[in-house]
Write a protein that binds this ligand. Structure first.
Ligand SMILES: Cc1cc2nc3c(=O)[nH]c(=O)nc-3n(C[C@H](O)[C@H](O)[C@H](O)COP(=O)(O)OP(=O)(O)OC[C@H]3O[C@@H](n4cnc5c(N)ncnc54)[C@H](O)[C@@H]3O)c2cc1C
Ligand code: SF4
Length: 489
């Protein structure tokens, strides 16, 4: 513990965000880091508690709490406070492969469980983590670590999202030869095509891919396993195969007018936006410019659509959420250190308030019908209010008759979650999917002893920090199967 009275003396100061009206002018990252000395002061707020829930990664009362990676948070806070940035980096990299990703996009399960946050405000763990890794890159401390000895074993990883990258990183450093197959034109999974540039600049993803390439990982892009690449050949050529292909089947709307032009899945929309921002296309393949936008889904993906639509110049934006408005503060049945189920106004929603003067979210509402305009593409949507009612012994959100309203709409985005791994990938390898559409595993092992699975395709739609955690745990199982023992953490 760097400074015993730090938590009493200093107040929390997170990275600042550019003001909404300024940041919507471009797709650049909008969080501004603190100065190094200010960051050291923030690290002094860590109390090094006897039981650091921040790094516990445990289930409390049915809800997960703390960092799933068990990042050694009090240790690196101490190192930051004392100015030992290099040692802070060493401790961070013990448990985390890609802190530059989690330090940008993780919702910080750690901070919700921080003891300082029980009464006051938590330590800025997430921003401290980012400061350490970026200092590491700035100082040139993050260099390719090429394994001195190779095991002679070959591993194929299908999918290059955070889970696939973590599997590849772990097994490569263990000395196995890893090839990552990715069907898109660039590696990174949802880090590349999904999470918008303003949250995670694609240069940061490419920096990591370049580092892993220099360390010996081979990336094969435009390689769609099950379509353009034969799975049987992969099984022949490699000693182990790891499926990290994500939970990519979007939940659809089954309503009249669904086929009307101008209705898109959120991920397709966000991918098209990133391709334009990255200079891969001349124009946005799907754009909100000059249109009123309706987004079905009040979650984080919906919020990313709000931020993107505003940057493209939409004329208005509405986000429909089926569930009720969350509480402003923790309820008694949701105590610390559980993740707080409270109202969060994220960057996109803040921007909508700044531009259009109102929160874009409408609660307990969904779309009932899509209506075409004069040119045949979408012109409006009919919404309906919902209420929670008991049916067949369960509570369900059901429409309230007579509550329909018509909203003008030039672009409808479906951000209603995902319903599992795409079947063609599982089928290509003859694997079973469970009733949630995810690949069936026991300890990351599928029914085929040569094939493993990790990340969203195994656990269902989740978070980057979970994908990395799964990738590390899966790599251990693969190593054990290949070598008969493992020393991977
Ligand atoms: C819009 C959006 C925003 C999000 N924002 C956040 C956030 O801010 N913070 C956060 O923590 N989480 C966020 N998430 C969730 C997070 O991105 C995912 O949980 C995480 O990326 C899952 O990692 P993964 O490696 O399992 O799969 P993915 O990242 O989905 O990667 C799977 C990869 O497999 C490839 N693939 C699939 N099938 C094949 C095949 N047959 N052959 C070759 N390649 C294949 C895909 O092209 C893809 O690149 C977001 C999700 C979305 C959709
Ligand atoms: S990965 Fe997420 S939960 Fe873990 S320390 Fe970083 S911000 Fe916190």
């Amino acid at each position: 513990m760097g400074k015993t009275t730090g938590f009493l003396e200093y107040t929390r100061a997170a990275n600042t965000w550019k003001p909404p009206l300024e940041r919507i002018r471009d797709f650049e990252e909008f969080k501004l880091p603190l100065k190094r000395a200010e960051r050291q002061t923030q690290a002094a707020r860590c109390m090094n508690c006897g039981v650091p829930f921040c790094q516990s990664g445990e289930n409390f009362g049915g809800m997960f709490s703390g960092c799933p990676l068990h990042n050694l948070i009090p240790e690196w806070n101490d190192e930051i406070y004392n100015g030992n940035w290099r040692q802070a980096l060493n401790r961070l990299l013990k448990t985390s492969n890609f802190p530059e990703f989690t330090g940008r996009v993780c919702p910080a399960l750690c901070e919700a469980a921080c003891t300082c946050g029980m009464q006051g405000s938590s330590v800025t763990v997430h921003d401290n983590e980012l400061a350490i890794i970026e200092e590491g890159f700035r100082q040139g401390w993050v260099q390719p670590r090429i394994p001195a000895v190779r095991s002679g074993k070959r591993v194929a990883v299908i999918g290059s999202g955070p889970s696939g990258l973590a599997v590849a990183d772990q097994l490569n450093h263990r000395g196995h030869s890893v090839t990552v197959f990715e069907r898109e034109d660039a590696p990174g999974g949802l880090l590349m095509y999904g999470i918008p540039n303003m949250k995670l600049d694609k240069k940061i993803v490419r920096r990591r891919i370049d580092l892993m390439t220099a360390e010996g990982v081979e990336f094969r892009v435009n390689a769609d396993v099950g379509n353009t690449v034969d799975p049987q050949q992969i099984l022949k050529d490699f000693d182990a195969v790891v499926l990290c292909c994500g939970s990519k089947t979007p939940r659809d709307l089954n309503i009249p007018g669904r086929e009307t032009p101008g209705v898109h899945f959120a991920v397709d929309y966000l991918t098209a936006a990133t391709k334009k921002v990255a200079g891969k296309t001349e124009d946005f393949a799907i754009t909100a410019k000059g249109k009123p936008v309706v987004i079905v889904g009040g979650g984080d993906t919906g919020n990313d659509c709000v931020g993107t639509a505003i940057r493209q110049g939409c004329t208005g934006v509405t986000q429909l959420e089926m569930m009720g408005r969350p509480a402003q503060e923790r309820l008694p049945n949701n105590p610390w250190p559980q993740w707080p189920r409270v109202l969060k106004t994220d960057y996109g929603q803040q921007e909508a308030i700044a531009v259009f003067g109102r929160d874009p979210r409408i609660y307990q509402t969904t779309v009932k019908e899509i209506r075409p305009g004069e040119d045949g593409s979408i012109g409006s949507v009919v919404t309906v209010k919902l209420e929670s009612r008991q049916a067949d012994g369960r509570f369900a959100m059901v429409p309230i008759e007579g509550s329909e309203e018509e909203l003008p709409c030039g672009l409808l985005l479906i951000a209603a979650g995902f319903v599992g791994c795409q079947s063609y990938v599982a089928d290509a390898f003859g694997l079973t999917r469970n009733n949630r559409g995810s690949i069936q595993t026991v300890n990351y092992r599928t029914e085929n002893p040569k094939i493993f699975a990790a990340g969203d395709c195994r656990r269902g739609q989740s978070l980057v920090v979970w994908a990395v955690t799964e990738g590390r745990a899966c790599a251990r199982e693969v190593d054990l199967a290949l070598m008969g023992y493992t020393n991977l953490l």
